[in-house]
Design a protein. Structure first.
Length: 419
């Protein structure tokens, strides 16, 4: 049994490595000279890194919310100065290291879900790697590495909560808050998890984790906020969570809000397609264990809290960054889907048979027009075309799964049993 488990883990690692190599070989690699593609965020982080071993001068023309995330860019700048590597290479080393950590942590967390088959894990890992807004953007533009390490922190936190580990949970929340202010929103689901899912024998550990984790987040937020005020001369604006309400009170445009919503959903097209196609072949939630029901709800809570920040920013504040920022919630969302998959009544043979075309469709949907070798373009026309292609891939995947399920249900030899 142990040898089978080790073999399955090795297979998952092999496929994950293959997909990462595929991504690296087909990705674009931007530099600071690509000013027509890189956002102002990138140059703000680059200026912070370049200032190492000092911080940028007071009252610098930098956005306060970018300055408050100075820790990771500052470390990348220090790495550049120590090694003599260019900023481009230093940031990319950090970015790729973070991506490897995300994949490794996701594989490890999924292995903790009982009854989740290796093929289910492969599907979920592939959805993370091949999502066009998950890794491609950061391989091409490594200056946004704060987003990567926020996901690293959130995954370490989830792993710590699953393993009931105080040290891992605190490490995760610490990494997350050093990366993005969004870590504040991780506190409510974390505290609920500690309260209702950690056993009574771990009550002291749960209290220690909850209190210490909250203090760490608030302390780091306060310190980085003071640094931001010192450098940028202003505090972080609350428009990042009130922008949608302000916009709606003004002159809301139905076309704009529809486009904003579609941009937020595009990165979730393939996971939604898979769930819609296979949902009737999962056991009802009443048949799940209490722990799995609670874990799924709280994982969705983590995802909802992370995604809420860019949504609340609205079209005027978040703008086209909605797709990238909503996808920061992808890891906990995929882990929740993993629990759903563990209660499927579709046999392993179905998932194995569907896997090759799933990979082909996911790979085709990953070729973002800006961040893959297919070409660079920032115009709305190219963006709209890519959105149509990506949604079409989601529809194709849905139809393929439905067709495969239908053919198997009519085949006595391969009919999946429902419980």
């Amino acid at each position: 049994m142990n040898s089978q488990f080790n073999g399955a883990m090795m297979y998952r690692w092999f496929v994950a490595a293959f997909l990462l190599v595929l991504l690296l070989l087909t990705n674009r690699y931007l530099s600071v000279r690509d000013s027509d593609v890189l956002s102002i965020d990138s140059y703000n982080y680059l200026r912070i890194a370049t200032a190492f071993p000092r911080l940028p001068a007071p009252n610098s023309v930098l956005s306060a919310h970018h300055v408050q995330r100075f820790v990771l860019p500052y470390l990348a700048g220090g790495f550049s100065k120590v090694t003599g590597l260019s900023m481009n290479i230093s940031f990319r080393v950090f970015a790729i290291a973070g991506i490897l950590l995300i994949v490794g942590l996701l594989v490890t967390v999924l292995a903790k879900i009982s009854q989740l088959s290796p093929f289910h894990s492969l599907w979920l890992v592939a959805l993370q790697i091949l999502n066009p807004y998950s890794f491609r953007i950061y391989i091409a533009n490594p200056f946004l590495l704060n987003d990567i390490f926020f996901q690293v922190g959130s995954l370490i936190l989830v792993l710590g909560l699953l393993e009931e580990s105080v040290s891992l949970s605190l490490l995760g929340i610490c990494v997350a808050v050093c990366s993005r202010q969004t870590a504040l929103l991780l506190l409510p689901p974390m505290l609920v998890w500690l309260t209702i899912l950690w056993p009574k024998t771990k009550r002291r550990g749960a209290i220690l984790t909850g209190v210490t984790g909250t203090l760490i987040v608030l302390l780091i937020y306060e310190i980085t906020s003071r640094v931001a005020v010192h450098i940028a001369g202003t505090t972080v604006s609350i428009e990042t969570v009130t922008g949608l309400l302000v916009w709606l009170r003004g002159s809301p445009n139905l076309r704009v809000i529809a486009e904003f919503g579609l941009r937020g959903l595009i990165g979730l097209a393939l996971p939604i397609a898979i769930l819609l196609a296979t949902l009737p072949w999962h056991k009802g939630i009443a048949q799940w264990s209490r722990e799995d029901r609670l874990r799924t709800g709280l994982l969705l809570g983590f995802a909802a809290m992370v995604a809420s920040q860019p949504i609340l920013g609205g079209p005027a504040v978040t703008g086209r960054d909605i797709t990238r920022l909503v996808l920061l919630a992808l890891p906990p969302l995929l882990i929740a889907v993993g629990i759903v998959f563990s209660y499927t009544t579709l046999g392993t043979e179905f998932w194995r048979q569907a896997f090759p075309l799933f990979i082909a469709i996911s790979a085709a949907a990953s070729f973002h027009h800006t961040y893959s070798f297919l070409g660079i373009g920032t115009g709305s026309e190219r963006t709209n075309r890519f959105a149509l292609v990506h949604f079409a891939c989601g529809i194709l995947l849905f139809l393929w799964l439905e067709t495969l399920i239908l053919s198997r249900s009519h085949s006595p030899a391969n009919q999946d049993k429902r419980t």
